[in-house]
Design a binder for this molecule. Structure first.
Ligand code: SMG
Ligand code: MG
Length: 373
C-alpha cells in the first residue's frame, strides 16, 4: 500500500432537531472527514470529535491540528505497510484517539477497497443486519418527550435511551414506563452528570427495570462507579471511561461496570474497538456500539462493529433520518427495527459527490509522496 496523501475535509450538517444532553445542546454537526488516497483506491474516515471539548477533551479543531502537525507527518516519515501498522506509527503521540481513529479508518477503508474486501467481514461480523436503538435528548417537558418516544417506537426502534441529568431522571423514566409499558427496552445516559453522593437518586431508577445506566459519574471515577454499583441495582455501563482495551479490562476487573458501550472514535479506532469487544466477551460482559451523531460514512463502519457476536444489546446506530434531512451517503433506512450491515468493499458506502460539495466548508490536502496533489 502506497499512500499518496491525506485530505482533511470539514462538513457542516444541520441536525433535524436539536439534541440536548447533560453537557450541551447541539443543532448541527461540524464534522472532520479524513480521505486517504493510495495508488489503487481512496478511503474515508469520520472523526467523531465534537465542536467543543464537552463530551471529552477532544474537539474538532484540535483533531485537525494534530492530524496536520503530527499524525499525517508521522505516516510520511514511516509509511505503514498496511492499516494495522498505522496504530503502531501513531503510538508515540499521546491521546487524540478520535483523530487517530479517523486516520486509521480512512487507511483501512482504502486498503480494503483496493483488495475488494468488506470491512464487516474483515472485522469478524457475524450478522447482516443489526437491531437499532435511538438516543432521545433532554426535552423541555414530559409531554414533549413522550411525543418523541412515541414517534421513535412507531418507526420501529427496538430500544430507547433517555439522556438524563439531575432534575431530569426519575420523572421522565417513570412517564415513559407508564405510557409505553414495561416491555420497552429502556436505558439512560448521564454523560458524567452525577456524583457518587447521588446514589439514592440513581437507586430510585431501580424499580423501572432499566437495561443499564450509562456513565453516571466522571470518566476518571472508576472507584466511584464501583461504589455506586453496590448501591444501585441497575447495571452500570461505561462510555467515556473506556478509552482502551486496558481501560475496559481494568473497569471490569474492578467491578466498575457490567456493560460496555464501544465507540471506535473514543478508543483510537476499530482495531482497538475489536480488542475491547474481545476483552468483554472473554469476561461475559455484554457490549453495544455507541454513536456520536455520525454521518453515513461513520455509521457504515459502526454497523460492522455492531454486527460482532459480542454486541448483544441494540446500539445507538439509528437511521440517517434520525439525524439529517440529507445524509452524505445513500440513507440508512430502518426496516423492522434493524439496519443492514454494508457488504460492499471497504466500509461499503461512499459520499454522494453533490451532497458532499454542498456541505463542505473547507478542504486541505496533505501530500505524503513528493510531487502529488
Ligand atoms: O449517534 O445517536 C447517536 C448519539 C448517541 O447519545 C448518543 N451519544 O454519550 O453516548 C453518548 C452520546 C454522545 C454524543 S452526544 C452529543
Ligand atoms: Mg454515552
Amino acid at each position: 500500500m502506497r499512500l499518496t496523501g491525506i485530505e482533511l475535509r470539514r462538513v457542516r450538517m444541520p441536525l433535524v432537531a436539536p439534541f440536548r444532553t447533560s453537557f450541551a445542546t447541539m443543532t448541527g454537526r461540524d464534522v472532520l472527514l479524513v480521505r486517504a488516497v493510495t495508488a489503487d483506491a481512496e478511503g474515508w474516515g469520520e472523526c467523531v470529535a465534537m465542536a467543543d471539548p464537552l463530551y471529552s477533551s477532544e474537539y474538532v479543531e484540535a483533531a485537525a491540528e494534530v492530524l496536520r502537525r503530527y499524525l499525517v507527518p508521522a505516516l510520511a516519515a514511516r509509511p505503514p505497510v498496511d492499516a494495522v501498522g498505522v496504530g503502531e506509527v501513531l503510538r508515540p503521540y499521546k491521546g487524540h484517539r478520535m483523530a487517530k481513529a479517523a486516520l486509521e479508518t480512512a487507511v483501512l477503508d482504502a486498503e480494503l477497497r483496493a483488495a475488494g474486501r468488506a470491512f464487516a467481514r474483515e472485522l469478524g461480523a457475524t450478522r447482516d443486519r443489526v437491531p437499532c436503538g435511538v438516543s432521545v435528548g433532554i426535552m423541555d417537558s414530559i409531554p414533549q418527550l413522550l411525543d418523541a418516544v412515541e414517534g421513535y417506537l412507531e418507526q420501529g426502534y427496538l430500544r430507547i435511551k433517555l439522556k438524563i441529568e439531575p432534575g431530569w431522571d426519575v420523572a421522565p423514566v417513570r412517564a415513559v414506563r407508564e405510557r409505553f409499558g414495561d416491555d420497552v427496552l429502556l436505558q439512560v445516559d448521564a454523560n458524567t452528570a452525577y456524583t457518587v453522593g447521588d446514589a439514592p437518586r440513581l437507586a430510585a431508577l431501580d424499580p423501572f427495570g432499566l437495561l443499564l445506566i450509562e456513565q453516571p459519574l466522571d470518566e476518571e471515577d472508576l472507584l466511584g462507579h464501583v461504589e455506586l454499583s453496590h448501591r444501585v441495582r441497575t447495571p452500570i455501563c461505561l462510555d467515556e471511561s473506556i478509552v482502551s482495551a486496558r481501560a475496559a479490562a481494568d473497569a471490569i476487573r474492578l467491578g466498575a461496570c457490567r456493560v460496555v458501550n464501544i465507540k471506535p472514535g473514543r478508543v483510537g479506532g476499530y482495531l482497538e474497538a475489536r480488542r475491547i469487544h474481545d476483552v468483554c466477551v472473554a469476561n461475559g460482559v455484554p457490549v453495544w456500539c455507541g454513536g456520536m451523531l455520525e454521518t453515513g460514512l461513520g455509521r457504515a463502519a459502526n454497523l460492522a462493529l455492531a454486527a460482532l457476536p459480542g454486541c448483544t444489546l441494540p446500539g445507538d446506530t439509528s437511521a440517517s433520518d434520525r439525524y439529517f434531512r440529507t445524509d452524505l451517503t445513500a440513507p440508512f433506512v430502518l426496516r423492522d427495527g434493524h439496519l443492514p450491515v454494508p457488504d460492499a468493499p471497504g466500509i461499503g458506502v461512499t459520499p454522494d459527490p453533490a451532497v458532499l460539495a454542498a456541505v463542505t466548508t473547507a478542504t486541505e490536502w496533505l501530500p505524503l509522496s513528493p510531487g502529488t496533489d
